[in-house]
Design a binder for this molecule. Structure first.
Ligand code: PLP
Length: 287
């Protein structure tokens, strides 16, 4: 396995970053998780747009141009002979001193890892996940805007720990006002009376690329969509509830906080959206 590390390709066990890297010391950096389907980088432009926007927002200079980054991704995939898998692209502030001032970090570190993906087993897409709402709140748009895909994932990790303790596969995170924001690392949708709902990102959600693809598919197949805030009550009484994310794709949750959702299995709209999503992944990418 070859890792891209600041312009070089190094073997997995040789790929090392300094303990003075501010990504390590402070979580000062950004990342993307991207899928490779049949040799294509799915929604490459959308992921790179989000990466460069996150960088701009936190005033992080990525030492590669957009097209150089694209080439680095393609080359890393090629070197690893990867046809289907997952790309983790990380840009940290770089090596500095123990103070948090980013001016002490002259150059960002750029890492690209491609790997096989440990995804949910096929039956999970039929039976759905169990999920629980958790007490950890999603940070609302302020300095650490949820739209920035930063290396500060402690919130999400605490949420995952709470889900693990409850024996659930995913968590539902609320914002400080009690509106449903997203999962631990997935966006959330509900379906009620044939209408698909997802929270607006200002509620406290990452602008997920899979979320965007699903909204596009809904438009294409004529499913009405409403992007509006909703509460846990709306989740409990929904006909279907599902999560979307690069790794998870589209996965139903059929039990939320002990309430059975719909029939207790992935519903017809969730199943249709997953089917449509899997149709586009192999064609809508960068070779
Ligand atoms: N929300 C959070 C907090 C995430 O980390 C992710 C994963 O990237 C998502 C949502 C889903 O986004 P995407 O569909 O771009 O993978």
């Amino acid at each position: 396995q070859w890792i891209y590390l600041n312009g070089e390709y190094v073997a997995k066990h040789e790929a090392k970053i300094s303990v003075f890297d501010h990504g390590f010391l402070y979580g000062d950096g950004i990342f993307e998780g991207i899928r490779i389907y049949n040799g294509n980088i799915f929604k490459c432009k959308e992921h790179l747009d989000r990466l460069y926007d996150s960088a701009k927002s936190i005033m992080l200079d990525i030492p590669l141009s957009y097209s150089e980054m694209e080439r680095a991704l393609i080359e890393t995939i090629r070197k690893n002979g990867m046809n289907d898998g997952y790309i983790r692209l990380v840009v940290s502030r770089g090596d500095g001193n123990l103070g948090l001032d980013p001016r002490r970090c002259p150059k960002a570190n750029v890492v690209i890892i491609v790997e096989q993906l440990a995804i949910y087993p096929p039956e999970a897409y039929v039976n759905g996940l169990k999920s629980v709402s958790v007490s950890t709140r999603r940070n609302i748009p302020d300095a650490l805007n949820p739209k920035i895909k930063s290396l500060n994932y402690l919130n999400n990790i605490l949420v995952k720990i709470q889900a693990n303790l409850a024996g659930a596969g995913e968590a539902i995170m609320l914002n400080a006002q009690g509106y449903v924001a997203e999962g631990s690392s997935d966006n959330i949708f509900i379906v009620k009376n044939g209408v698909v709902f997802t929270p607006p990102c200002y509620v406290g959600a990452l602008e997920g690329i899979t979320r965007g693809a699903i909204l596009e598919i809904c438009g294409k197949i004529g499913l009405p969509v409403r992007i509006e805030p909703f509460t846990l009550h709306d989740v409990y009484v929904a006909d279907e509830v599902f999560f979307t994310g690069t790794a998870a794709e589209v996965i139903a949750t059929c039990e939320v906080d002990g309430r059975v959702i719909g029939s207790g299995k992935a519903g017809p709209i969730t199943t249709r959206l997953l089917e449509e999503f899997r149709k586009i992944v192999e064609i809508d990418g960068l070779k």
